[in-house]
Design a protein around this ligand. Structure first.
Ligand code: ATP
Ligand code: LTN
Length: 348
């Protein structure tokens, strides 16, 4: 950290001793899209003002599904570049790659000894990902995935974990495991709270508003990738499905329009009712044309910054180097306490 960053400017209130700490992670497992940005990364950026944040590219989670080596490397760096280009500041926050800090897998082993098969079998994500598969061919890593996630969070004694609704169950498991450990061995962990985003930040697929925008499902036209060219963005939005009728408004009977309006509002910062008012007497095509421009111009600075980071990788690599060291320092303290609580002999 630079000396300037250590000294708050004059006339600013002194920084509180310890702000609540946040940990969150995203898997480097594919093309990054508007859902990842609006649903996760944009909030991460904002949380830096109120929390001490750790943001992690969880590559060890990604390999619970078979990855191509070159693609995994590329996706990991792309993901970190998106964090940085969106405004995650590696001087204020700890940005790192999960596999760079071996303490995650070590703590996972210890947590494995107090987590029950029954709990893991009940996880909705496990049930979804293995539906129809035989136990014979289900990787243990898919089953054990939530325990690695618990280790991620507990290692840093995070107070809060911002996640999507689908990950809430994993954070609840993390709380149960933390409480169980603290009770059985003596307090070592902070029991974290999930911070679940509000509905508005759930970006739906452009060709099926009943499904969430996703990198793994649906066609190219179902999502806008963060790095899509302006013409591609405009085209995808122009081709997005709409609802019956002609009136530009949201509501449960207008899922497609609601999604477009939500994206508009998230990027422009304008309240929904104001946007709706603007389109009174106008049609879907007008909204889509304008939304195309809103998205193009909101993504432009991020795209420019990502290209700069790609052209000179030293900034990103340095941020990851520093991030891993800072993460490791916190993790080592927690792990030492955990080892002591469990009764493992300290290395002489
Ligand atoms: P997959 O297609 O493999 O399910 P994904 O594209 O949904 O992946 P994840 O890696 O599961 O992405 O999620 C990364 C982060 O982005 C999570 O915090 C998740 O909640 C958020 N996210 C993903 N898709 C959306 C979406 N459509 N709307 C809002 N947030 C999303
Ligand atoms: N399982 C999460 C990613 C994830 C995570 C974490 C999120 C791994 N470890 C710790 C928050 C905290 C997902 O698939 N979105």
């Amino acid at each position: 950290m630079s000396a300037a960053a250590d000294k708050p400017p004059q006339n600013e209130p002194p920084r509180p001793e310890r702000r609540p700490r946040v940990f969150s992670g995203i898997q480097p497992s594919g093309t990054l899209h508007l859902g990842n940005y609006l649903g996760a990364v944009k909030n991460w950026v904002a949380m830096q003002d109120t929390h001490d944040c750790l943001y992690c590219a969880v590559d060890l989670h990604a390999i619970t599904v078979r990855q191509q080596r070159a693609e995994l490397r590329r996706n990991t760096i792309d993901l970190v570049n998106l964090f940085l280009a969106s405004g995650v500041d590696p001087e204020r926050s700890i940005v790192f790659v999960q596999s760079h800090v071996p303490a995650h897998t070590e703590l996972m082993w210890i947590l494995n000894t107090i987590t029950y098969m029954g709990e893991l079998r009940r996880m909705t994500q496990f049930k979804d990902k293995t539906a129809g598969a035989e136990g014979e061919s289900i990787a243990v890593g898919i089953f054990d995935y939530p325990v690695l996630m618990a280790a991620d969070i507990l290692l840093y004694r995070a107070d809060a974990v911002p996640v999507g609704e689908d990950q809430k169950q994993h954070v609840e498991l993390t709380r149960d495991v933390a409480e169980r450990f603290n009770k059985a061995f003596g307090k070592a962990f902070v029991v974290p709270e999930p911070i679940i985003r509000t509905e508005g930040a759930r970006v739906m697929s452009l060709d099926d508003p009943a499904k969430k925008m996703s990198k793994s499902a649906g066609s190219e036209n179902s999502y806008v990738a963060v790095m899509d060219a302006p013409d591609v963005i405009r085209r995808k939005i122009r081709r997005a499905v709409t609802d019956s009728g002609t009136e530009v408004r949201g509501g449960p009977d207008k899922p497609a329009l609601s999604n477009l309006l939500d994206i508009y509002s998230a990027f422009s910062g304008d309240p929904l009712d104001e946007i709706v008012r603007r389109y009174e007497g106008k049609g879907y095509a007008d909204l889509k044309a304008d939304l195309g421009e809103v998205v193009v111009s909101a993504l432009a600075p991020i795209q420019v910054r990502i290209r700069e980071l790609e052209a000179d990788t030293s900034y990103t690599l340095n941020a990851l180097h520093v991030g891993a060291e800072r993460a490791e320092a916190i993790a080592a303290r927690t792990l030492a306490k955990v080892r002591e609580r469990v009764g493992l002999v300290p290395r002489p």
